[in-house]
Design a binder for this molecule. Structure first.
Ligand code: FRU
Length: 494
């Protein structure tokens, strides 16, 4: 079953077409045999998926791309894979959109964003290049996609080198309209290894002028900032980003690298600052969220999608030739200086039927599938535990325990088969509001996304239950009965 264990550098950078068909067929068969394939989340057909890219609305459809290495479950030479949707839940795979086929992106079409301009969609991305001495070069590139999905790469880079004092770890451009021009925000590293975000401005999307370092915190941001995203909600600015090597005393996190955010009163171009910024916060309290991409959608919402996976971490599906998935689409709202993350309202259309579970202190429900949603209102509850994906006898599984009197939640994935990333801990403990708890939990074969107190927090966990424990048992014990609604969800991938 194990396809290929060792991946040499030449393997990873070999052209997709140079792989022999036997290998590709075996890869496809191996993925087909995999447990843990998702029912209603975006996942790669084969190989590895990482960051969401180019999330936008264009040509009457939602457009979404992701970092793809279709040849194996490793970080090889990347392309952008393309998906479209009418409703944010049914996604049509449109194939690879941007492939590494020019001198400016020969070693990977890396992450970036998309912006509709007249009747075309501008794709802005990083071209990753390794020179003869394997030194990295990065170029910020553009391409135009028309309404037939035909893509033309722009010949010359939008930005052809990092500024003086910055290394070639310079990537992930986000372009947004700003004032009467455009703003580009990009992740960067100084030559003395400090993580930064930089901004550029342009009037015509062709000529970009460095505006300098984005001021959003006084704290050091580790050695690299990846995937910065600036969006606006209710007249506040929200900056989402991934600092690598961040000192945990600045903001605690358990994952190898965190995905964080700050909220500010505004973005001020003159001072290049997110004004009056809050402290850093984790975007997700769970185990696996990274590289979240958000955009201001033309319908007025801020929509976001996350990579559910982490760099430099092996996952059990690697043995089956694929890795990772994207989150459900989330709506981000800032209210009273607080960020709320909610499942996009379209997600409700996945519901096939609903069952109100009996209100009792112990509720046990044997679901028919592992693709479902639970809405739980612990009206007066103080303490409780929810177990998902347990064995038939209700043992083991993913445990979500809470205590609203002291405001604490613990998510524990240590009692579920096929543990992984154990060195980063198998539990996540975090504070929740000291008030009656509401939960909206999405379960999908090997993924659990927990939305807490109407989006005050989200906690995401990949879990890989044993085949015989792949039961859909839900056991809820609370001090006081709670109201529980179970929805079976439509499996858009089947
Ligand atoms: C984040 C990241 C980006 C880069 C891409 C490469 O996960 O490292 O900074 O553009 O992945 O796939």
């Amino acid at each position: 079953m194990v396809l290929k264990k060792e991946w040499t550098t030449p393997d990873r950078y070999k052209k997709y077409n140079d792989w022999d068909t036997d290998y590709i067929e075996e890869l496809i068969t191996t993925v087909t045999r995999s447990p843990w394939r998702l029912g209603y989340h975006i996942q790669p057909k084969t190989g590895l998926l990482n960051d969401p890219n180019g999330f936008s609305f264009f040509n009457g459809k939602w457009q979404l791309f992701y970092q793809a290495y279709p040849i194996g479950p490793v970080h090889g030479v990347k392309s952008w894979a393309h998906l479209t949707s009418d409703n944010l839940i049914d996604w049509k795979y449109e194939g690879l959109a941007l492939e590494p086929d020019t001198l400016f992106d020969s070693h990977g079409v890396y992450s970036g964003s998309a912006l509709p301009v007249n009747d075309k969609l501008l794709l802005a991305y990083t071209g990753n290049v390794r020179d003869d001495n394997w030194q990295r070069r990065s170029y910020q590139l553009g391409a135009w996609m028309d309404t037939t999905n035909h893509i033309t790469k722009i010949d010359e880079p939008l930005i052809d080198h990092p500024p003086v004092g910055f290394s070639h770890d310079f990537r992930d451009p986000q372009i947004i309209p700003f004032n009467d021009g455009y703003l580009l925000i990009i992740g960067a590293q100084t030559t003395d290894n400090k993580g930064k975000a930089l901004t550029y401005t342009s009037k015509d999307l062709q000529h970009w002028t460095l505006n300098g370092e984005l001021n959003f915190t006084d704290e050091p941001m580790g050695y690299m900032v990846e995937c910065p995203n600036l969006v606006f909600s209710n007249d506040k600015a929200l900056l989402i980003f991934c600092p690598q090597g961040l000192d945990k005393s600045i903001c605690h996190y358990d994952n190898i690298y965190p995905n964080m955010y700050i909220i500010g009163d505004n973005y001020d171009l003159e001072t290049n600052a997110i004004t009056n910024p809050t402290e850093l916060k984790n975007l997700d309290e769970g185990f696996d969220v990274y590289a979240t991409q958000a955009f201001n959608s033309p319908d007025g919402r801020v929509l976001a999608v996350s990579w559910i996976g982490l760099p430099e971490v092996n996952y059990p599906t690697d043995d089956y030739g694929w890795a990772h998935c994207l989150s459900i689409i989330k709506e981000l709202i800032i209210k009273d200086d607080k960020l709320y993350q909610l499942p996009a309202k379209e997600t409700e259309a996945l519901r096939l039927n609903s069952i109100k579970l009996p209100e009792s202190q112990t509720t046990h429900y044997d679901a028919k599938t592992n693709c479902y949603e639970l809405e739980i209102d612990c009206h007066d509850s103080e303490k409780g535990q929810i177990k998902l994906m347990t064995q038939e006898n209700g043992e083991n599984g993913l445990s979500i325990s809470f205590d609203t009197t002291c405001g604490k939640m613990i998510i524990d994935r240590s009692h579920i088969g096929n543990g992984f990333a154990r060195e980063y801990g198998e539990t996540r403990e975090f504070s929740i509001s000291q008030k009656p708890l509401t939960l909206q939990i999405f379960v999908d074969e090997s993924l659990v996304e927990v939305f807490i107190n109407d989006g005050e927090q989200v906690a995401t966990a990949r879990v890989f239950p044993e085949a015989e424990a792949n039961h859909t048992h839900v056991t809820i014990n609370t001090d006081v009965p709670s109201s529980i609604t179970y929805y079976e969800l439509r499996q858009t991938n089947r």
